[in-house]
Design a protein around this ligand. Structure first.
Ligand SMILES: Nc1nc2c(ncn2[C@@H]2O[C@H](COP(=O)(O)OP(=O)(O)OP(=O)(O)O)[C@@H](O)[C@H]2O)c(=O)[nH]1
Ligand SMILES: [Mg+2]
Length: 335
């Protein structure tokens, strides 16, 4: 696997270079640090809308994954990296698991289950205020086939009375042997530090794969497209949030006459039909303009630089049901 290979090479190189010149003392400290360090993959799975992406953001202490009140917001594996003095964890947020009805949804489900293969720890997130027994049953069946440590993470405990929680925990303990059950509120980050402490116990020894200040291995243009999609999802209704996709076409630094450098971004919003395109544009271009304004504010905060964002809306008929078109819109399987 790509990351592990890279890490091995780094380890070999650092051992080699230390051996070559520097003192034995320095070498032994380095080896101690390497031996005590832990690293691994933690996958976050669950039904749509249970708060998986909110949890990823709470863990990282920074917004990486987009969040909306609508189900099926996340479409890809979103990898977020948390590095401390003692460990590095690559958290993998995934699309909500469901019974797929069209091609995009089946790719999303495949993507989510794909995150189980390499996981050292799996976080199975449920919404304590709104259970979905059918899909939970399907997920539990799948979990029984893997060997990773699985922690049940009952989320949104801020929405219910404490006394309602115990019966839910008992029900789950009978259905599956969870390593732990750790209730949280991803929204308030309540319980998140406890969850991290438990995860650390199950991490294997391993090196630091990424520099300590790296938040993700995904490209910036992916997060830019996601930010635009989040605003569309928030500002439109019915089919439109699900029929929209965003691709960043251009992304470059430009000199301005007055104030130095600006990051120029051109993104295309895809709709499935002409009527949807009209709605996204809005009367006199009002809606797409607002989407652009809100997205730009977030992107500037995320990249910490000035941004000029240009949005275009176009139609790609029935892209959600077409494998080739899905790939053209950013390859939903592997980014
Ligand atoms: N009250 C409350 N709301 C929460 C909590 N966690 C998440 N939410 C809300 O639940 C909604 C869905 O959150 P997401 O993080 O997008 O859920 P998700 O599981 O990633 O959803 P998909 O990507 O669609 O599968 C949003 O409106 C969040 O603000 C929580 O702990 N308490
Ligand atoms: Mg999500």
């Amino acid at each position: 696997m790509r990351f592990r290979q890279l890490a091995l090479e780094t380890l070999y190189y650092s051992a080699f270079s230390t051996l070559k010149g520097i003192t034995t003392l320095l070498f032994s400290i380095t080896m101690d640090e390497i031996q005590n360090f832990k690293s691994g993959y933690v996958s976050i799975i669950g039904a749509p809308n249970v708060g998986k992406s909110t949890l990823l953001n709470a863990i990282l202490g920074q917004k990486l994954a987009i969040v909306t009140p609508k189900p099926q917001t996340t479409r890809n594996q979103i990898r977020g990296i948390l590095t401390t003095d003692t460990y590095q964890i690559i958290f993998v947020d995934t699309p909500g698991l469901m019974n797929p009805k069209y091609r995009l949804q089946s790719e999303m489900v495949k993507t989510a289950y794909g995150a189980l293969a390499d996981a050292d720890v799996v976080l199975f997130v449920i919404d304590v205020a709104r259970r979905d027994p059918d899909i939970e049953e399907t997920i539990l069946k799948r979990l029984k086939r893997i060997k990773s440590t699985t922690i049940l993470v009952p989320n949104k405990v801020d929405l219910v009375e404490k006394r309602t929680l115990l019966p839910i925990f008992e029900d789950y303990s009978q259905k599956f042997e969870f390593a732990h059950i750790i209730p949280i509120s991803a929204l308030t980050a309540d319980g998140v530090p406890v969850l991290l402490e438990q995860i650390e116990d199950y991490l294997p020894p391993g090196p630091q794969y990424f520099p300590e200040d790296q938040l993700s291995d995904l490209p910036e243009r992916f997060f830019i497209a996601e930010t635009v999609r989040e605003k569309i999802m928030l500002m439109t209704q019915r089919e439109i949030p699900y029929a929209s996709a965003v691709v960043v076409e251009e992304f470059e630094k430009r000199q301005t006459n007055k104030s130095g450098e600006i990051l120029y971004i051109r993104a295309i919003i895809y709709a499935e039909r002409q009527t949807q395109k009209q709605i996204i544009i809005g009367k006199g271009g009002k809606l797409v303009k607002r989407v652009g304004e809100l997205a730009r504010i977030d992107i500037e905060k995320f990249l910490d630089e000035r941004v000029f964002l240009e949005l275009y809306v176009t139609v790609k008929a029935d892209w959600r049901r077409d494998a080739r078109k899905l790939k053209e819109l950013g390859g939903f399987m592997d980014i």
